[in-house]
Design a protein around this ligand. Structure first.
Ligand code: ADP
Ligand code: MG
Length: 315
C-alpha cells in the first residue's frame, strides 16, 4: 500500500462538520472559527514502547492518541472541534490502519471532532495528534488561577492506569478492568459545565502530586491532599494493598482524570453539574499558602512512600 492509499483510506471514513471549509485532500485544511471565540490548540505524541506497550491493539492506540489530546482541552474547559494526525508507520498495513481508525474515529465521533488533515510517513510507530478547540474569550481554564482556600477536586478515580502498568511491568497479567482504563482513558469533556466554577485545572497525565504541583507552581500557592479521600475503583482495591494503592494513585500517571480547584462556595454547584454529567467528582484536599504539594495518610501524618522511602511532603 502506498502513502496515497493510506490517506485515501483515512479520508473515506472521516465525518463531516459544517465549519470545515476544506478538509483532507489539499495542501492545508481551511476551518471556520466562529466570531467571538478563541482558538485553543494542543498536541501530544504517543511513541510505541514509550507511551504504550508494543503489543497494544491498534484500536486502543487510536483511541488513546486522541483521548490524551481531548483531555488537554477538557482540562482547560475547552470544547473540541478539529484535529490533525501525524502517523509514522513501520509498514503500510491496511489492517492495522483500519483498527487504529476504529478507535480514533470512534472517539472523534463521540465528541463531534473532525479529522481535517495530517501527515503519513514511514518510520518507527509513532502517533502525533493536534486538537483544536473553541472557547469564549478569556474563559479557558488555566493552571495559574488557584487561590488559597480553594477546594482541590478530582474526577473519576485515580490509579487504575498505573495499576495496570505495574502489573504489566511485573510480568503479570493485567486485570481486564485496569487495562481498559489504561488503554481507553475517558477525556472528561462531560465536566465542562462543572468547570465553569473552577479557578484552575489540569489533567492527570504524570501523576496527581506532580500535576497538582504544576498548578501550585503556576498559581504561587501550595496544596494539601488527603490520600484516603482519593477515589479508587473496586478493581484497584482488589489488586493492591493500601500502601501500594496510595503510591499508584498519588504518583502514577496515565489516568487522564481532571484535577481542578474551586472556591468552597461552589461545592454544591460542582456536585450538581457533575451528577448531571454522570461523572463522579471528589474533594481531595485544599489550596494553602506556601509552595508545593503535601499528602497525608489516614492518620493525618505526612505521607512517606513505603516502598521508595521518598518523602513527598512539600517540594
Ligand atoms: P503534502 O505533500 O502537500 O503535505 P500529503 O500528501 O502529506 O500532502 O497529504 C495529502 C492530504 O492528506 C493533506 O490534506 C493531508 O492533510 C492529508 N493527510 C495526510 N496524512 C494524513 C493522516 N494521517 N490523517 C489525516 N489526513 C492526512
Ligand atoms: Mg505531507
Amino acid at each position: 500500500m502506498a502513502e496515497f492509499d493510506l490517506i485515501a483510506r483515512i479520508r473515506q471514513r472521516v465525518a463531516a462538520r459544517d465549519d470545515v471549509v476544506l478538509g483532507i485532500g489539499d495542501d492545508a485544511a481551511v476551518l471556520r472559527v466562529p466570531a467571538g471565540r478563541e482558538l485553543v490548540v494542543a498536541m501530544d505524541t504517543l511513541n510505541s514502547g514509550v507511551h504504550f506497550p508494543d503489543e497494544t491493539a491498534p484500536a486502543d492506540i487510536g483511541w488513546k492518541a486522541l483521548a490524551v489530546n481531548l483531555s488537554d482541552l477538557a482540562a482547560m474547559a475547552v470544547e473540541p472541534a478539529w484535529c490533525t494526525l501525524s502517523l509514522s508507520l513501520p509498514q503500510a498495513d491496511a489492517g492495522w490502519l483500519d483498527g487504529f481508525l476504529d478507535g480514533f474515529l470512534g472517539l472523534a465521533a463521540q465528541h463531534r471532532v473532525a479529522l481535517v488533515g495530517g501527515d503519513t510517513t514511514r518510520g518507527p510507530l509513532s502517533v502525533c495528534v493536534t486538537v483544536h478547540g473553541l472557547v469564549e474569550p478569556g474563559r479557558a481554564l488555566r493552571r495559574d488561577g488557584a487561590r488559597v482556600g480553594d477546594t482541590v477536586w478530582v474526577s473519576g478515580s485515580l490509579g487504575d492506569a498505573a495499576g495496570a502498568l505495574a502489573q504489566w511491568r511485573a510480568g503479570a497479567a493485567m486485570d481486564a478492568f485496569l487495562r481498559e482504563r489504561l488503554n481507553r482513558p475517558t477525556p472528561r469533556l462531560a465536566l465542562l459545565p462543572a468547570l465553569r466554577h473552577a479557578h484552575a485545572g489540569i489533567d492527570v497525565s504524570d501523576g496527581l502530586l506532580a500535576d497538582l504541583g504544576h498548578v501550585c507552581a503556576a498559581s504561587g500557592v501550595g496544596a494539601q491532599v488527603d490520600l484516603p479521600a482519593l477515589p479508587a475503583t473496586e478493581a484497584l482495591r482488589a489488586c493492591f494493598d493500601d500502601a501500594t494503592r496510595y503510591r499508584l494513585q498519588a504518583t502514577g500517571g496515565d489516568d487522564y482524570e481532571l484535577c481542578f480547584t474551586a472556591p468552597q462556595s461552589a461545592r454544591e454547584a460542582i456536585l450538581r453539574d457533575a451528577t448531571d454529567a454522570g461523572v463522579a467528582v471528589a474533594a481531595i484536599g485544599r489550596v494553602v499558602a506556601g509552595t508545593g504539594v503535601s499528602a497525608f495518610d489516614a492518620e493525618g501524618s505526612p505521607w512517606r512512600d513505603a516502598r521508595t522511602g521518598y518523602d513527598h511532603f512539600a517540594a
